[in-house]
Each structure stands twice: as structure tokens, then as C-alpha cells.
Write a protein that binds this ligand. Structure first.
Ligand SMILES: [Zn+2]
Ligand SMILES: [Zn+2]
Length: 323
């Protein structure tokens, strides 16, 4: 089948990376504030609290300034990424950017720089810059994102900005992929500012990464490659896709299988018309869905009965059809 306008995918499917090859899931949060900016918890306490909650990796991303990893003491096997949240002004008419910058060592005066210069400096240091909470920032993808090159991906969910009513940015994500014609990975974070006792913006959204090693390089690489998923509660246990060649004159279709924790609904979001699976109010832990032959990519959202949700990264369907 001819695809008139193919998308570009360089993303991994984390569910194809097996335990037998040494892969494991790590839980982390890469957007967190401390008293080094407007957070209300000291860096060491913030780290200790996330460690105590069972997280495997964390990044303290204070506004404008890098909170140095050597200024705190993580446990031996904990992965502490060094980063900052940087805020260049928009030259395109939008609000200032919130760029979650991971793996950087050099402080910069981001307010005085263009967003492209900030990203070039971040990427030049081997880091990655992520578009933070774009719904909260009223980002217009065509105006504010498409002129830039070098963004690693999008923060699809952010707990702190949910407190302000705009926590989820899934439509921005789909819009960006439609316009860029490439698959883009997502992260999800607390963006914690408050104290944990306040229970507003701590331990409610995290990213799971599929890695072989507990290292900064492995975690950053998995995030960039999309070997990950985002969740506020549900686990995704398996995603499998296959091309089904129909008999007769039908064109064929894709079959998607999802295994997850107890779900009330699974959505298959594609480049155009996707699918929904539910069991009329009953929960389930596995489902199979049919996707149209014209679909180019698919990502899944798993909705739980308690209102929590998980977002898979997009998976390429074109490659599957060609095999
Ligand atoms: Zn922000
Ligand atoms: Zn923030």
C-alpha cells in the first residue's frame, strides 16, 4: 500500500525489550523544584523523599539555575540527573517557554537568549530539552514549536499545572506529530513545588523507562528513544501490534493487543481515526483492537476506574506493514 506522506520514526518499542536481554523498568520524575528556586523543600530533603517513595531516578530542575548533583547525596544505585528548567522568551508571540533541560552542566542566562539558542546550548552539552507543560503555557504548536529544531519531546502530563486546571497536553502532542510528520516521545512529571504533606504536586505522575543499567546515560537515552511510558497510576504490561492480511478484496488491518492493570477504557489514538475499547463499565486487564490499514502510528491511553491514566509512546505502523 502506498503511503503518500510517511511519518518518520526513530522511537523504540519498550515492550519489545525483554527481561531476558537484561532490561528492567525504572520509575522516575525529571521535573522537580527545590528551595534553589520557588520550591518549598530543600534539595536533599526533596531527593530523600522521592527515594523513600521508591523512585529510581530524579532530576531537580530548578528555574533558571542548575541544582548540582554533587550538592546532594543520593543512595548508591539511585540515578540523579542534573538539569534545570529554562525560560527563554518567545520571539513568535507566545508566552515564555518552560524547557525541562536534562543532562546539562553549564548554566546559561536563558531569559536573554532565544529559545533556539537555549536548545542548541543544551544539545551541545549532550543534554536534552523537553517542552514543559504546553497546555498550561497556552503553546500553539504551529506558532511556537514548529519554528524550533532540537526539542527532545513533550511533557504530556504535569501534576503542578493540573492544580491550575491544565495538566494534560495530549492534543498538543498529536498536533505536533501531525505537523512535524515524525513520532515524538513524551515524559510525565510532578513538577513538585510544594511540601509532600500538602499532597498537591508530589508522587502523582511519573515516567517508566526501559533500561539495562541504572545510569544517567541509560535513563536519558531511553527517554529520548521513547523506551518509556507516562502514568498517573496504571501500569502498561505489554503492547503488541501485527498486520493482518484480510482475504478477498479487503485491504487488511492492524491488530493491537494491550495488557495493563485494571482498566475501564483503552483508547488507541492514531494519526486519524483510532479506536476505543471498553466493557461497559467493567474493568479488564487485556484487550484487542482493530486499527485501520490507513493508520500510520498509534499510541495508547489506559484509563482506570479511579481517574488515573497512562500514556504509551507512539508506535510506528508503517514499518510493520512493510514487513
Ligand atoms: Zn514550568
Ligand atoms: Zn517546573
Amino acid at each position: 500500500m502506498a503511503i503518500s506522506d510517511p511519518i518518520v520514526s526513530e522511537l523504540a518499542n519498550p515492550f519489545a525489550l525483554s527481561d531476558g536481554e537484561g532490561y528492567m523498568w525504572l520509575k522516575g520524575n525529571v521535573h522537580t523544584h527545590t528551595t534553589n528556586s520557588d520550591g518549598r523543600v530543600e534539595p536533599q530533603d526533596r531527593l530523600d523523599q522521592y527515594v523513600a517513595k521508591g523512585y529510581d531516578f530524579l532530576c531537580l530542575t530548578d528555574h533558571y539555575t542548575i541544582t548540582r548533583v554533587d550538592s546532594v547525596r543520593p543512595p548508591d544505585d539511585f540515578v540523579l540527573v542534573q538539569g534545570a528548567e529554562l525560560h527563554p522568551e518567545s520571539p513568535f508571540g507566545g508566552r515564555e517557554y518552560h524547557l525541562v533541560c536534562l543532562g546539562i552542566d553549564e548554566d546559561m542566562d536563558s531569559e536573554a537568549m532565544s529559545p533556539q539558542d537555549v536548545m542548541d546550548r543544551v544539545n551541545g552539552q549532550g543534554g536534552s530539552a523537553w517542552l514543559g507543560h504546553p497546555h498550561f503555557c497556552a503553546v500553539n504548536v504551529l506558532r511556537d514549536v514548529m519554528p524550533l529544531t532540537g526539542l527532545a519531546g513533550i511533557e504530556v502530563f504535569n501534576t503542578a499545572t493540573r492544580c491550575a486546571g491544565r495538566g494534560e497536553a495530549a492534543v498538543h502532542w498529536d498536533d505536533w506529530m501531525d505537523q512535524a510528520k515524525r513520532l515524538i516521545p513524551a515524559i510525565g512529571n510532578d513538577d513538585a513545588h510544594g511540601r509532600e504533606a500538602e499532597n498537591h504536586d508530589t508522587y502523582q505522575a511519573w515516567t517508566m523507562v526501559r533500561v539495562k543499567e541504572r545510569t544517567v546515560e541509560a535513563v536519558m537515552g531511553a527517554l529520548r528513544a521513547g523506551a518509556s511510558y507516562v502514568t498517573t497510576g496504571p501500569t502498561i504490561d505489554d503492547l503488541a501490534l501485527e498486520w493482518i492480511e484480510d482475504s478477498g478484496e479487503a485491504t487488511g488491518h492492524f491488530r493491537a493487543m494491550v495488557k495493563c492493570s485494571a482498566a475501564l477504557r483503552v483508547l488507541a489514538i492514531t494519526n486519524y481515526i483510532g479506536a476505543n475499547y471498553d466493557e461497559q463499565g467493567e474493568t479488564f486487564e487485556q484487550c484487542t483492537m482493530a486499527l485501520r490499514a490507513t493508520n500510520q502510528w498509534v499510541r495508547f491511553e489506559i484509563l482506570s476506574a479511579d481517574g488515573t491514566k497512562a500514556w504509551s509512546n507512539p508506535l510506528d505502523l508503517n514499518a510493520l506493514r512493510r514487513t
